[in-house]
Design a protein around this ligand. Structure first.
Ligand code: K7E
Ligand code: CUA
Length: 864
């Protein structure tokens, strides 16, 4: 049995037949029965369930389809973690509502037109030597031919580039092995200029192509001025992949209209779908991007269209940088295998997958061995001579993703609604699994990198039909998790995607992603640079320059500074808001009512909003994240007055004043209350100091935050005392009240720091337990037993709870294992693990110590 399934079995086994777990066993079966779960369901549940607080092993970045966003979820739990806003405004994150993110969104304007959505298809992770490096994510917008860059340090979109030539794209984003270039191939051919040409001019003036966007990893930016495009015939280029390993330097793009068909259903012509699939073959485009990049440097090799360098077809051909190979009719995905030798083209309209061998392709190119030229003069290689082989997989083969073992690939069958596991070297099918329903892309973990991880696979299904509670005619899509860790694939879990059609996903080990938890104080997250409006606590101010008001504001639990902003009707308003928190996850949101404004300000971030105060009135503004117990009080007033008007009002209502004696009474009450709170805070600080909280960065951030708040108490108290001495009891009370607020904020952060610290620190081991741990490890026990895990022997956690008179039982067992082998429970264990525990010749002291160690393990079981 493979390790994974076996581990699950042993966990279930733990429930089912470990001694003294009869109660648990019946509980387990009760739940299964009540919920109508089969044993297979229960195993699947155990494989995906993550207990609260446990993190997933993989990140999956799925395109958000028509939402123009990127979806982030964890595997195996399939818990959704984030929607990254890319081509579409997203109010929670303030994307498209604050000035800096609007700037990025507006970089994506096409020919001056604001575009506020995208059709995202293919996310790609940045690579170093063909392996994912966890730094950047790229994604295309098919509808408007754009590429976006997402910085994985902050999970924020940092750049959008518009293709200057293509009207739509599909073969993007795909990266070269060191992310030198991001490849974007055209989909629907059109004139590369922005001019009109009639459909009859299709063959002469419509073109496709591949754009090579130069990427600067240091800066995290695409450099449009160093980017270029290879012109291609109007064959409707589809998907693309960059070569790697032995095919590094080359790129591959398939297509589906070698017929150059132009449709015209309304004129009585057969529709596109018929005309584009008439011929038996289409073309796989093969090009040498390294050579093209060299060519693009010389002005004589390029023509400039829309301010962008284009290498014409004939220049590429003359320089032996562009070739065609026939491929079975109307194929779809093209995927280069991990070492770069094989290129798999999916059949789509043909039941066969075609495996091309790059060595064979290169040999023909080197020998100038061509079967002819297409009508644009591009040399054509022989299909048979280029193929390693073909294999019949089934109907509607769309995409491929590589497994961990050499030669293993998983493919999606759209029409058959299946995933097939097969061997592209030996051309053999190993397994099939039915999915629900109509799968497009699929993603085995890191399955498109040079270092695939296998283990899990996501099927990105188009249809969900009956999978979920009905929500009207528009259904969610369905991403299904499949266990591929064993010989047989096994469907585990359904994740409804209520957002758009997530064509493709890219996955990566969680250990490779290192996002920041806060910004350096005053950062503009869109540029990663200090913001011009950076404002620290104490620096808040408002300045007028002509009719332009500049507001430098801060947010911190639980106030916004300033709290009153008065402007004239018609004033331009620029507001800079800095979240001066240092604590993790202390985000504040900001809105001014009736102004279509919302920003999210993360700790350390400075956000900017710009608007015109064009309506008169009183507009509350407030924090939109429930950030502390005093969150509702985190507000202020934006007042817009008309300078031409007189505002007439007189004070009629009066607040009833308290007598001095009553005020003094209230003052006493609040100071007594503050002293009591102070004692709580002192105890918290003492605990944190005693347990060296400052040694743990995350705990320390919270502690620093608590200290920040704490430092504000004394000045308030001094002012309060002074006011009291001056018999200004009213103010003294207000100031003590402010001191109390800071005490509460201090306590809030300190309590969180304490909880975290307690969780971080398991209880210390006694001397005996320490010796026991040594004996356990050196005595050979750890060869079979791993604390917190079933390995080749059972988990020792809980061993003292599993047996009657457990300490004595364990002592006897370690001393003389043989003596217990006949016990029914032990018989089962031996049968299950297929192992008998050997006698390690421990002495009595060692055995006593080991039992002490086990006690410590049990006590701290939560930390393992
Ligand atoms: Cu097959 Cu756009 Cu990659 Cu959808 S594409 S499925
Ligand atoms: Cu800040 Cu609510």
């Amino acid at each position: 049995m493979k390790k994974y399934v076996w581990l699950m079995y042993s966990m279930i086994a733990g429930w089912l037949f470990l001694a003294q777990s009869i109660e648990a066993q019946s509980k387990f079966q009760d739940v299964m029965q009540q919920r109508g779960l089969s044993e297979q369901d229960a195993i699947a549940a155990l494989k995906v369930y993550q207990p609260s607080g446990k993190h997933d092993e993989y990140y999956v970045f799925a395109s958000g389809g028509q939402s123009g966003q990127v979806l982030v979820y964890g595997v195996p739990s399939m818990r959704i973690l984030k929607y990254i806003s890319v081509f579409t405004p997203e109010p929670w994150q303030g994307y498209g509502f604050d000035t800096d993110s609007k700037e990025i969104l507006r970089e994506g304007n096409v020919r001056g037109r604001e575009i506020n959505w995208g059709d995202t298809h293919h996310p790609a992770l940045s690579e170093t030597n063909g392996v994912y490096d966890g730094q950047y994510l790229f994604i295309n917008d098919k509808a408007n031919a754009r590429i976006a860059v997402i910085n994985l340090k902050y999970f924020e979109t940092s750049q959008i580039v518009v293709n200057p030539l293509f009207k739509s794209d599909h073969g993007g984003a795909f990266v070269t092995p060191n992310t030198e270039y991001i490849l974007e191939s055209c989909q629907y051919a059109a004139p590369l200029t922005n001019d009109y040409y009639p459909m009859e001019a299709y063959q002469d003036t419509y073109r496709g192509g591949v754009t090579f966007w130069k990427f600067d990893k240091e800066k995290g930016r695409i450099l449009p001025e160093e980017s270029f495009t290879l012109e291609l015939p109007p064959y409707m280029q589809d998907l693309t992949d960059a070569g790697k390993g032995i095919s590094d330097g080359w790129g591959f793009t398939n297509s589906f209209n070698s017929e150059l068909y132009t449709g015209g259903i309304e004129k009585g012509f057969p529709p596109f779908e018929a005309g584009c699939s008439r011929s038996d073959t289409d073309y796989l485009h093969v090009y040498n991007w390294k050579k093209l990049a060299e060519l693009a440097k010389d002005a004589k090799n390029v023509k400039i269209i829309n301010n962008h360098k284009v290498i014409p077809i004939d220049v590429a051909v003359k320089n032996n940088a562009l070739f065609l190979i026939p491929e079975n009719k109307s194929p779809h995905g093209v995927d280069v295998n991990p070492n770069g030798q094989y290129i798999i083209v999916s059949g789509k309209l043909d039941t066969h997958a075609s495996v091309y061998d790059f060595k064979k392709i290169l040999q023909q190119i080197d020998n100038k061995e061509f079967v002819g030229k297409d009508s644009y003069g591009i040399p054509i290689l022989d299909l048979k001579k280029s193929l390693h082989g073909q294999l019949e997989l089934g109907l509607g083969h769309l995409h491929n993703s590589f497994g961990k073992e050499d030669g293993i690939v998983y493919s999606s069958l759209y029409v058959d609604s299946q995933i097939v596991k097969w061997d592209y070297k030996n051309l053999k099918i190993y397994d099939r699994v039915n999915i629900h329903y109509n799968v497009g892309h699929l993603e085995a973990m890191e399955g498109k990198s040079a270092d695939p991880q296998g283990k899990y696979l996501i099927a990105l299904n188009k249809l969900a039909i009956d999978r979920f509670l009905p929500v009207g005619p528009l259904h969610p899509q369905n991403n299904q998790l499949i266990d591929i860790g064993d010989k047989k694939m096994e469907l585990l879990y359904d994740l409804p995607i209520p957002l758009g059609e997530p064509h493709q996903a890219a996955s990566i080990r969680a250990s490779k992603i290192h996002p920041e938890v806060r910004y350096p104080m005053g950062t503009n997250p869109k540029t990663n640079q200090p913001h011009i409006g950076k404002t620290l606590a104490g620096e808040e101010h408002i300045v007028r320059k002509g009719d332009h008001m500049y507001i430098y504001a801060t947010m911190v639990r639980s106030h916004i500074n300033p709290e009153h902003i008065t402007v004239n009707k018609g004033d331009k308003v620029t507001m800079y808001i800095t979240n001066v928190e240092r604590a993790e996850d202390e985000t504040h949101g900001f809105t001014i009512d009736h102004h279509d404004i919302h920003v999210s300000v993360e700790p350390g971030e400075t956000a900017q909003i710009d608007f015109v105060a064009d309506i008169e009135g009183v507009f509350p503004y407030y924090c939109t994240e429930f950030c502390s117990a005093l969150h509702l009080e985190m507000m202020g007033y934006f007042l817009v007055k008309d300078p031409k008007k007189d505002y007439d009002w007189s004070q009629k209502s009066k607040i009833k004043n308290l007598s001095p004696a009553e005020l003094q009474e209230e003052y006493k009450k609040i100071t007594a209350n503050n002293e009591a709170t102070q004692r709580v805070v002192d105890a918290l600080f003492a605990f944190l100091k005693e347990n060296q909280a400052s040694k743990y960065p995350t705990v320390n951030n919270l502690l620093e935050d608590a200290k920040d708040q704490y430092a504000k108490i004394l000045p308030e108290k001094e002012k309060a005392t002074k006011a009291y001495k001056e018999n200004n009891f009213e103010n003294a009370i207000l100031l003590e009240n402010m001191a109390w607020q800071y005490l509460i904020k201090t306590a809030d952060s300190a309590i969180r720091a304490k909880d975290l610290l307690v969780n971080t620190l398991a209880s210390p081991k006694s001397a005996a337990a320490k010796r026991g741990e040594g004996a356990f490890k050196e005595g050979g026990c750890s060869g079979c037993h791993v604390v917190g895990k079933v390995s080749s022997g059972p988990d020792v956690t809980g061993v003292l709870k599993r047996h009657k008179n457990a300490e004595q039982w364990v002592a006897e067992y370690v001393k003389n294992p043989e003596s217990k082998f006949q016990e029914p429970y032990m018989k089962k264990l031996i049968e299950f693990f297929n192992l008998k525990m050997p006698n390690q010749n421990m002495n009595d002291q060692e055995i006593t110590d080991i039992i002490e160690y086990f006690k410590w393990v049990d006590k701290n079981a939560d930390f393992f």
